[in-house]
Ligand binder design. Structure first.
Ligand code: ADP
Ligand code: MG
Length: 697
């Protein structure tokens, strides 16, 4: 490593011990290198000005030149503000400050040529610019294209606002008297048209125009993502080499006769492809750890069943674990039906399995009599011992914690293969990154003949019409879900809303003509099951519920999903809930009920739901709205520590970088070539610094 770059920050001209303390504590800058890697978050073109009369909201930031012609303070307490009238050659606009009025007022100079920079807002039909940056206009030193850096209040008070930081970075760049080591080989740079590292560092901080900044950004993002992907691939390789798994290299009778004689329909292309991926894994003798993603209704269960049959054919037992008892029972019923002609023994184990039955079950598992065990968490908690467990399928993984999954590993001498099925779509780029050491299979195709669900957004004023619609559907013999947000099951307010809603519904849908079920988290499990079952059996037509129904229940006759206060749900939850309908032959509907006034983001969520049924598209929008941290849990994304790339918006670059990383691993697995030496050095530093990272499953 270049010694210059690891020089502690206090030794930089213009820093000194006090500023160094702040740089370290406020933005984590310890060395010259850290400063170089402190990238601007945007650029401004200081040589171009807009005009007051031609501002539009789409411009984002605007730069104006003119003079202040008046200042006034208005309001008291929380409404207190400072307003300055700013005039250019075309008109006048208000500059507004809600905080720091006194200090700013004393610094505003009337009738001097100024330039201001900020984001114009339209308020009550008039434009204003809140908290603009103001500086004296100096036509000789407009500075042209400039980088803008994030700063903090404390740094700014020490003269390290964006400009101050820019100055320090410029000092480092000027003193840098030898080129930076390029971490990427010439071959990779050529192939992806990447500029060199030294040039990139100059251009990211001091570009002459947007094009140069763009070149630098592309290069640096690529590099960052390349190393991230390389790290993941190497970790995966290490795990793979270490862990032996159950060998399943035969495709036997059960699999074949089920596939050829019992399957009531053809598999979709996507199901076939995924099945092949799984088979290829299981016959290597390595341990499989695979995430199977597929939208609700895409037919994951069948893929799981075929996978389990493969295990049975190779002399192993299989287990499938569902997050709720209802779901386990549903699986049990459909799978035992399928297995009858094949003579594979199927058993059910849940929290309500009687002690006497359990004892028998344990024996039959130990003797190998049972081929497929279906159950809930009870599978983990129970002292269940298998004769030879070869695979565990986990349905709807987000309800299972990491630790619980790990417990399955110990159920056999060799760890059983693990197949995790989830309907919560995770954008591919994220899946690649967060489930780095899990392989990912995707069923991206629905069985033929599914009618897309029609989604409608309605407001309170249309409630009567919505109720009228429910009546029509019920009259046709269909069933209806009405879901209330109970984000926090203990919130009294939410709970009251649910109960009020339930009452209103029983009033509008009186018995004996209608039967209404209710299910929520504060009910006893047995009562929940009872009500769910009434609905499953068609004894009630309307199910009023909280999100407890979110996962997996299959009631093909349900054709309407009404989501109350839909603006309070996240996109992926809305999509999950919608997936509860559209499972039968009937045309299905999802109605999103919201208040009259919606924020921009809520509006976008509603529009997205109305526009598309595609879970992956929805996941992408979700990612853009919420950012990766929120989706995967902040801790994990925090660990990624990306400085310039953005998993939400740089999806294609992630894929490119991953391909490049794969390429280098293939050509030079141990990084022995001279041109890959810098890669090896950097990578081993990364592996050392995050030793346990990526141990997600
Ligand atoms: P999910 O992926 O949500 O778990 P399921 O496995 O429950 O989906 O399948 C949903 C429904 O689609 C089931 O009734 C199943 O029998 C049916 N199904 C699965 N695969 C196919 C296929 N290839 N052709 C037709 N129907 C299918
Ligand atoms: Mg399912």
């Amino acid at each position: 490593m270049n010694n210059f770059l690891i020089t502690p920050i206090e030794f930089l001209k213009g820093v000194g011990p006090q500023r160094a303390d702040l740089l370290r504590s406020e933005i984590g800058i310890y060395t010259f290198q850290d400063l170089l890697e402190y990238y601007p978050f945007r650029y401004v073109d200081r040589s171009e000005f807009q005009q007051v009369t031609s501002l539009t909201e789409h411009d984002g930031f605007a730069q104006l030149k003119g003079r202040i012609i008046g200042v006034m303070e208005t309001g008291v307490g929380r409404t207190k503000r400072l307003t300055a009238k700013f005039q250019d050659e075309t008109g006048v606009i208000d500059l507004v400050w809600f905080k720091g009025a006194r200090w700013i007022k004393s610094s505003l100079e009337a009738n001097k040529d100024l330039m201001i920079y900020g984001r114009p807002k339209l308020f009550k039909g008039k434009w204003n610019i809140p908290h603009p940056e103001i500086s004296k206009l100096n036509l000789n030193d407009l500075g042209g294209f400039q980088a803008v850096y994030p700063s903090t209040e404390k740094l700014t008070s020490r003269g390290l606002n964006s400009k101050g930081i820019a100055k320090l970075i410029k000092t480092v760049l000027t003193e840098l008297n030898q080129p930076l080591e390029d971490l990427l080989s010439e071959e990779i740079r050529k192939e992806h048209r990447l500029i060199g590292r030294t040039k990139a560092m100059h251009l990211i901080h001091l570009p002459a125009n947007e094009r140069e900044a763009q070149q630098a950004r592309f290069r640096l993002k690529f590099e960052e993502l390349f190393f991230l992907q390389l790290e993941l691939l190497v970790r995966k390789k290490i795990t793979l080499n270490k862990s032996a798994g159950c060998m399943m290299n035969q495709v036997g009778d059960k699999f074949n006769s089920f596939y050829n004689d019992c399957l009531p329909f053809d598999l979709t292309g996507a199901q076939k492809r995924v099945l092949k991926e799984i088979r290829n894994d299981m016959r290597t003798g390595h341990h499989m750890n695979r995430l199977l993603q597929g939208d609700v209704g895409s037919g994951k269960t069948l893929v799981a069943l075929l996978t389990m049959l493969l295990a049975v054919d190779n002399g192993f037992q299989a287990a499938i674990m569902a997050p709720t008892e209802i779901l386990a029972i549903q699986h049990f019923e459909s799978i035992s039906e399928y297995m009858k002609p094949l003579g594979v023994e199927v058993a059910l184990l849940t929290g309500s399995t009687k002690k006497k039955d359990r004892t028998i079950l344990h024996e039959r598992l130990l003797s190998g009599d049972i081929g497929i065990l279906i159950g809930t968490h009870a599978l983990l908690e129970d002292p269940v011992v298998f004769k030879n467990l070869g695979i565990v399928v986990i349905d709807e993984q987000h309800r299972f914690g990491v630790k619980q999954r790990a417990r399955m590993w110990k159920k056999n001498e060799l760890p059983p293969h693990i197949l995790i099925m989830t309907a919560t779509p995770i954008p591919r780029t994220l899946a690649m990154t967060f489930y780095g050491d899990l392989d990912v299979s995707v069923i991206d195709e629905l069985p033929p003949g599914r009618k897309p669900i029609t989604t409608i957004h309605r407001q309170e004023a249309s409630r009567l019409r919505v109720f009228g619609f429910i009546k029509e559907e019920v009259a046709k013999g269909r069933q209806v879900y009405i879901v209330y947000p109970l984000i926090n099951e203990s919130e009294t307010l939410d709970f009251n809303n649910l109960m009020d809603g339930y009452e209103a519904i029983t009033r509008s849908f009186p018995s004996p003509q209608y039967n209404v079920s209710i299910v929520h988290g504060q009910m006893k499990p047995a009562d929940k099951e009872f009500e769910m079952n009434r609905f499953v059996k068609g004894e009630t037509q309307i199910m009023v519920a909280t999100t407890v129904i979110e996962v997996g229940v299959n009631v093909p006759n349900a054709s309407v999903m009404i989501i109350e206060s839909a603006e309070r749900f996240g996109l992926s939850q809305l999509h999950q809930l919608r997936g509860r309908v559209g499972r039968g032959a009937e045309k299905s509907f999802c109605i999103l009920m919201t208040g009259e006034k919606l924020g921009k983001e809520s509006m976008k969520r509603m529009d997205t739901m109305v526009r598309t049924n595609d879970g992956f598209e929805i996941a992408e929008v979700d990612l853009q709205l919420r950012g990766p941290g929120d989706i995967m849990g902040t801790q994990q994304s925090g660990d990624l520590d990306l400085k310039i790339a953005n998993l939400a918006s740089d999806g294609q670059l992630v894929a490119l970088a991953r391909d490049a990383a794969k390429g280098i691993l293939l050509a030079d697995p141990n990084f022995e070539k001279e041109e890959n030496r810098p890669v090896r050095t950097k990578l081993s530093a990364m592996l050392r610094s995050r030793p346990n990272w990526g141990n997600i499953s």
